[in-house]
Design a protein around this ligand. Sequence first.
Ligand SMILES: [Zn+2]
Length: 126
Amino acid sequence: MVVRFCGKLALVKTSWTPVSPKRRFYACPIKDSVCGFIGWVDLPMCARSKTIIPGLLRNINTLEEGCNEPVRSINMLEEQCNGLLSMNNMFAARCDALNDEGFKLKMYLCASWFMFVIVIFDIWPV
Ligand SMILES: [Zn+2]
């Protein structure tokens, strides 16, 4: 059943307060409206339900928070892994540059020995 209020159709929402846990009520669809409380959809809960349901809700919230902790850890590890991967890429690029530099130095060394041998043979021909 839907109730008309201030020209709009009232929404059915659920209360999660400790006094009225999981009890549905009619609410104005306009956010921050001045219509106020319209009425309950459900009958009032018995005293035992009012005691048990908030405790169950707290347990669920605690369990959900516990379930979120591993997800936060995984996200943190993924961030660290991404940081290490970028460092690895940086070191790989540096290693390639050093290998190129080492190759050039080997070529200079070979060329200098070649020139040295030519000079030696020019000075003391066989
Ligand atoms: Zn309203």
